[in-house]
Design a protein around this ligand. Structure first.
Ligand code: PMP
Length: 425
């Protein structure tokens, strides 16, 4: 097919192009496909990589001689915290190993802040007239729905390749004391794949904020999830914030959901020693200790921080080809036509596709007609409101490679058809 931009074509050419894409879409719909690119889940081949866990732990006593079958140990197993503290560049005292979900920990921390206030708060956040969070967009849908559920207001800033638009963030945070925090996925962000640079991290850590207890929710869900040998290093946000005189500003989260098992991994929350004490104090009101047997088997499975890094290379070998396939199909089918731009992530779980303004929901509806499930339009924005109706999040890890190819070919047909409809008017 011609690769001349659609916008440069004559009305007759657009007419013909539209007819071609309609026919292609009709063929697609007739094939009765059922394919799914919605959620960033590990594939079963990835889960298989961790099946040695099913035969662990060996014994049930941890490095401190504690019987992990019993109650206790709210901070989590020391040997597992040591491994992940090294990977996250913090001290083990700054890290808690908990249950299987970091998202649950994010919810706990927000609820604790609302009900009790943070270590540096003047009062509980719920006693404020209003609480607002800065949301870089596109971002992770569950971050936004969690805020909505808690009645926290949102203000958006653009997510750039280097992290959030930090000038916009600094301006908003300095001006409004109701602005209490920001979501940051610092490494291979969901869905853009952006990596927060050292400069952006320094600004976030040091910027003046109108709220004295401003929090950076540093959700490092994809810290080790490299897709190439060019491995991004997360900025050391806790040291930066400490050096800038805001030691309690960052609260970091991570988990092994996409390292071992997404339903039976281990999640972590970290921060200043005071923040950790604050978190554990609240946790202890509802828990006598985590699943230490699961933590023990994870510690034995990895053995060391290097064990985690080595394991992530095996993930990369499984999912790298799927991401390469997404790029190949996008480039071959959409390249040069001026109908879409997309990210080329070097890690994480997503590709963020921007189609012509006003056509994302149409593309998603066309895909649905053809049996391809895509994340609902606007998902990556608070209140599902993508003001330009252009963003589509693609998640290629779960389906087998041949399904990624088929799904992406179908998606590109829908992008072309929606673009042709728009230009035809
Ligand atoms: N944060 C981000 C940015 C994510 O993409 C995800 C998973 N989709 C999570 C958190 C969820 O993490 P967990 O499984 O530890 O709850």
């Amino acid at each position: 097919q011609s690769t001349r931009p659609l916008a440069d074509r004559s009305p007759e050419e657009i007419e013909a192009f539209l007819a071609e894409q309609r026919a292609a879409h009709a063929d697609l719909a007739a094939r009765g496909l059922t394919l799914d690119l919605t959620r960033g889940k590990p594939s079963s081949a990835q889960l298989d990589l961790s099946d040695r866990l099913l035969a662990l732990p060996e014994g049930h006593v941890d490095a401190d001689g504690v019987d992990t079958r019993n109650y206790g140990g709210l901070h989590g197993l020391r040997e597992l915290r040591e491994i992940f503290a090294e990977l996250l560049w913090i001290e083990p005292e700054q890290l808690v190993a908990g249950g299987s979900s970091s998202l649950v920990m994010m919810r706990e921390v927000l609820v604790d802040l609302l009900l009790k206030g943070g270590v540096d708060s003047e009062r509980p956040w719920s006693a404020e007239e209003k609480v607002t969070f800065i949301c870089p967009v596109p971002g992770y849908d569950r971050h936004f729905t969690l805020l909505e559920w808690l009645g926290i207001e949102t203000v958006t800033v653009p997510m750039l390749e280097t992290g959030p638009d930090v000038d916009a963030v600094a301006e908003i945070a300095a001006a409004d004391p109701s602005v209490k925090g920001i979501w940051i996925v610092p490494t291979y962000a969901n869905p853009t794949g952006s990596v927060v640079t050292q400069e952006v991290a320094e600004r976030l850590a040091s910027m003046p904020t109108a709220a004295p207890d401003f929090k950076i929710f540093w959700d490092n869900a994809y810290a080790f999830h490299h897709l190439t040998e060019d491995e991004a290093k997360s900025a050391d946000i806790l040291s930066l914030a400490s050096a800038a005189g805001h030691p309690h500003r960052p609260i970091m989260f991570a988990s092994t959901s996409k390292i071992t098992y997404a339903g039976a991994g281990v999640a972590f929350v970290g921060g200043s020693v005071e923040t950790v004490q604050w978190y554990v104090g609240h946790l202890g009101q509802g828990s006598i200790g985590p699943d230490k047997l699961n933590q023990l088997r994870h510690a034995q499975f990895f053995g060391s921080a290097q064990g985690v890094r080595d394991h992530m290379v095996r993930h990369r070998e499984v999912i790298g080809p799927k991401f390469a396939e997404v790029q190949r199909v996008l480039e071959e089918r959409l390249g040069g036509l001026g109908v879409a731009t997309w990210t080329e992530p070097t890690g994480g779980y997503f590709v963020s596709l921007d189609v012509l303004d006003g056509t994302a929901s149409r593309v998603i509806a066309l895909a649905k007609q053809a049996g391809i499930a895509l994340t609902p339009a606007g998902s990556a924005f608070p209140h599902s409101d993508d003001p330009r109706d252009r963003n589509i999040r693609l998640a290629p890890t779960f389906p087998p490679l041949e399904q990624v190819t088929a799904a992406m070919e179908a998606v590109t047909t829908c992008v072309l058809l929606a673009a042709a409809e728009k230009l035809h008017g």
